[in-house]
Design a protein around this ligand. Structure first.
Ligand SMILES: [Zn+2]
Length: 249
């Protein structure tokens, strides 16, 4: 995990995420930003199973507070439609496979009735173990949102993990669904070694070879050195007959 401080909003997606909470408590958002910049956010992780981001935030004193941030729960059917749509769009799939988030992702989510990013702080469920209930989100929650945006700057595919699909699951879905296989590669079907290792050692079924043409050693001499072919012919004839006198193939 990268350090949970530093610049935020180097990408359109982290800017969109923070835009979504801009209507939250202004004083607390501002203090949260300072907390984040001072490195108060520790151990930020994204958990695709629990569809949430969790982190610890060190306050001015005592034990750090635990913060969790959840947004959308997406059912399996919708997920498969979303990933299909992204896979069918070669530009989008290319971007995602290169670790970028194409803007069309928002449209794809909208097509399935979902907002990729929150429109309001109230759309996000930010929980903190601190006692502050005076405004939403609390400064610890706000600090985690800034840290989360910074993490997304570096790897936007974590956004999918926040919504329930790991980066690996997304990339697998794109590679297996994309028309003609992974973009930029030849559409050649290759059986992974794990599925074909038995054939690898036994050879499997061999393709029948064409019958070899009869070999005539004398043809080499014919026409190039006069007399050699005719002189060697009786010797080759005897060799072919072998000691038993029968002619081989
Ligand atoms: Zn708090």
């Amino acid at each position: 995990m990268p350090a949970a401080h530093g610049p935020v909003c180097e990408s359109w997606w982290s800017a969109r995420l923070l835009q979504g909470i801009a209507d939250g408590d202004h004083g607390r958002l501002s203090r949260g930003r300072t907390y984040y910049r001072q490195g108060a956010v520790r151990e930020i992780t994204v958990d695709a199973d629990h569809i949430q981001v969790t982190a610890f935030v060190q306050g001015s004193r005592g034990r750090p507070y635990r913060v969790s941030v959840a947004y959308l729960a997406i059912d399996d059917t919708r997920w498969s439609h979303i990933l299909d749509d992204l896979a069918q769009d070669p530009d989008a799939a290319d971007d995602l496979l290169a670790g970028e988030l194409p803007e069309v992702t928002e449209e794809v989510f909208a097509r399935h009735g979902l907002a990729l990013f929150p429109d309001s702080a109230d759309d996000i469920d930010i929980h903190c173990t601190c006692p502050d209930r005076g405004g939403y989100p609390c400064k610890h929650g706000a600090a985690v949102m800034f840290a989360w945006a910074a993490l997304l700057d570096e790897n936007p595919l974590l956004l999918f993990a926040w919504l329930g699909r790991t980066e690996e699951e997304v990339l697998d879905a794109l590679e297996s669904t994309a028309p003609g296989g992974p973009a930029g590669e030849l559409a050649v079907e290759v059986t992974p070694l794990a599925e074909s290792s038995a054939d690898f050692w036994t050879g499997g079924d061999l393709t029948p070879l064409a019958r070899p043409r009869p070999f005539d050693p004398l043809s080499h001499w014919e026409g190039s050195t006069l007399g050699v072919a005719s002189g060697l012919a009786p010797m080759y004839a005897r060799l072919r007959r072998g000691p038993g006198g029968t002619e081989g193939a």
